[in-house]
Write a protein that binds this ligand. Sequence first.
Ligand SMILES: Cc1ncc(COP(=O)(O)O)c(C=O)c1O
Length: 410
Amino acid sequence: MKGVCYMGKLAITGGSKLRAKGFPVWPVYGKEEADGLQRVLESRQWGTLGPEVKKFTEKFNKYLGVKYGVAVTNGTVTMEVLLRAMGIGYGDEVLVPPYTFVATVSAVITVGATPVFVDIDEETFNMDPEKMEVAITPATKAVIPVHIGGRSCDMDKIMAVAKKHNLMVIEDAAHAHGSEWKGQKSGSVGTAGSFSFQASKNLNSGEGGFISTNDKELFEMSWGIHHCGRDYSGTVWYGHPLVGTNARMTEWQAVILNAQLDRMDQQIDKRMENAKYLTSRLNEIGCIKTVPEDDRITRNSYHLYLFRYMEEQLKGLPREKFLKALGAEGIPVSPGYTCLYKMPLFQTEQMKKMTGSKIDYTKVYLDVAEKVTEHQGVWTTQNVLLGEKEDMDDFANAIIKVVENVDEIL
Ligand SMILES: Cc1ncc(COP(=O)(O)O)c(C=O)c1O
């Protein structure tokens, strides 16, 4: 009919938006951060192993329950420093998941080692320990399990396989500050932990990173590498026994982290409470599969709240259309990571030159990772879970609205 345009119930077809207001903003800050920044300013010591870095290192070590820590520039360099400190480089292989931020893999390449992908578990989005052994060769030296969204990987199984094959375990805990596996903090279970304090993270100083370990030798090597290759126990300022880099954290970052860490546990409690309720609401919806509960996950930071969308349960509506309709209702959702081995970086001369890798990454196919990245994976970010119960209801009700009116967008 000429001149008549279709108005549906869904916001995307011209109906009213279910939620007009936003979700809580991130980061949260207060007087502690403001006073701390002023204090650092006036101290005139703005960098190079200052008192705020020392304080944060001791505080975060204690929080994690580890003996040693090194505060560094970001959560990419953490893994580069650790791999170098472990003596891993050209000719070595490191197991990585394909469902993570690029840094988990680029750190391996930067030190000259070859990333070998291990598929993920479809229910948890984490590396599937059952699939590790087929990827292990005599060149495999380490594994980097990533606690996606803050939910710990199955560390019992990962540590058992690692022990059997003599592999180092670097927990990429960039999402998992304060998360736990059977009461033990993420980043304290493996050989070492790697944290990021980049702006989106649950512990945030704009940029920043942290290495945690109980291994004295690994700590001293990491400390030396992060401090221009200096000797941990040495007194000679211009004595450089190691090939290092400058990865030191500034006082500005540390003073913010000291204040942010004091708020973190309360925020985790809130996210866990909201996640539990949101999960109970989403479990009522046929096309949504939530991540199952597991008693061994004693604490979850919920950096991301992940779930799966099953298009076959919603008349074949593709995920992209589903997410667009939800976005129009005022619900912030993302399809999440893309499959890492498909990134163009793997086809570059740079990559081949740095690692000498013979792997043809165009031939890699890991079916769960492909399914999750191409069709099923959905996430929302941690700030959403800092809202109230009514905000969780809006989230669930928006999905129900899309489900009930799906014919409008088919
Ligand atoms: C899983 C994971 N690992 C590592 C990193 C890298 O951290 P950064 O941004 O601090 O270098 C990130 C950051 O987004 C991440 O999400």
